[in-house]
Design a protein around this ligand. Structure first.
Ligand code: NCD
Length: 332
């Protein structure tokens, strides 16, 4: 059973997560070839609709679609008729009329990708909506942890793995989706944040603390979040500042950043992750290149393979098998 859309991890389901993680192994193999391209999605069209800034997500979806031989349209709001007041619905309907099989959507409004499913027959992939969800980031993070822990293969579980997600949880779609994916895989998840940066409703099944030092020695995966200045400003606080949510950056960093001292306290086996872009000196005060367990570059590299797996899962159709494609190279 394949899904039609990837909107959130919860809706995609645990079986969908396993399917994508397993498919990603094949995509990593494709990416290691001298010609990293397969004809899997030849004739399909993927449209990237990014209404919000992005570097990694947009470029990796574009690369992923091309490596599967799909045609790619990329839409940046800066040069589109959205600036002339065209609505999201009109934009979608206009682009869909050109023949699109999947839209990847990033939008500042939570729920926008769900809305869009009502206006087109195409598959919708959520590339990040407001504070709400970022499911492909969560999948690439789960894949990265699975690789680093050597827990690959069918039926991956993270039983007994202690994950701490640290920082601005309240404004973070990455945190919400990662809680869903890590919990679905059986990890023990702890949210670490000042009370002002926690959402009003906490996800079930997670621990919460505002004392990073109390948990740092026990962590297997330290997942640092970016301080989301632009979203805090959206919420009415003074622009560029943490407003009333955090007294000062310095105080925030003293309690929640990965400092050299905390890096020393982390277990040798501990993995350190960040979705990027990093605020160096705020949530991370060490050079990740010098941390043996840092996976930040691997997260970006895996982003392409995971997004290939997602596009393949949604678009390839039941008759295209990955195993057949691995031995086949695109000639185009
Ligand atoms: C994240 C995002 O945009 O939600 N970045 C990303 O996709 N790699 C995280 C962030 O902006 O902090």
């Amino acid at each position: 059973m394949t899904a039609r859309h990837l909107l959130s991890i919860a809706e995609f389901g645990a079986a969908g997560v396993q399917r994508v993680l397993d498919l990603t192994d094949h995509m990593v193999a494709v990416n290691q070839r001298p010609n990293p391209k397969v004809p899997a999605l030849r004739g399909r069209t993927v449209c990237n609709l990014f209404f919000e800034d992005s570097t990694r997500t947009r470029l990796s979806f574009e690369t992923a679609a091309k490596r599967l031989s799909a045609d790619v349209m990329t839409f940046s709001v800066g040069s589109s008729s959205v600036n002339k007041g065209e609505s999201l619905r009109d934009t979608i309907e206009t682009v869909a009329a050109m023949g699109v099989d999947a839209f990847v959507i990033r939008h500042r409004s939570s729920g926008a990708p769900w809305q869009v499913t009502r206006w087109t027959e195409a598959s919708i992939i959520n590339g990040g909506d407001g504070w709400h969800a970022h499911p492909t980031q969560a999948l690439l993070d789960a894949y990265t942890v699975r690789g680093a822990l050597g827990r690959g293969g069918a039926g991956t579980t993270f039983d007994g793995v202690r994950v701490a997600i640290v920082g601005d949880i309240k404004h973070s779609r990455v945190a919400r989706s990662n809680v869903e994916v890590f919990c679905a895989l059986g990890a023990d998840v702890t949210l670490v944040a000042p009370r002002t940066l926690l959402p009003p409703e906490l996800p079930t099944g997670v621990e919460v603390t505002s004392d990073l030092d109390a948990v740092i020695d026990e962590i297997d995966v330290l997942y640092l979040l970016r301080m989301q200045n632009e979203r805090i400003s959206d919420a009415g606080a003074p622009k560029g500042a943490m407003g009333t949510l955090v007294p000062t950056i310095r105080e925030y960093s003293a309690r929640f950043a990965l400092t050299p001292e905390r890096a020393r306290r982390l277990g040798e086996h501990a993995l350190v992750m960040h979705p990027g872009p990093m605020n160096r000196g705020v949530e991370i005060q060490v050079d990740p290149a010098e941390l043996p367990g840092a996976l930040i570059t691997r997260q970006v590299a895996n982003g392409v393979a995971v997004r290939m797996a997602v596009l393949f899962d949604l678009l390839a159709g039941p008759t295209t098998t990955m195993t057949g494609l691995v031995s086949e190279e695109a000639t185009a």
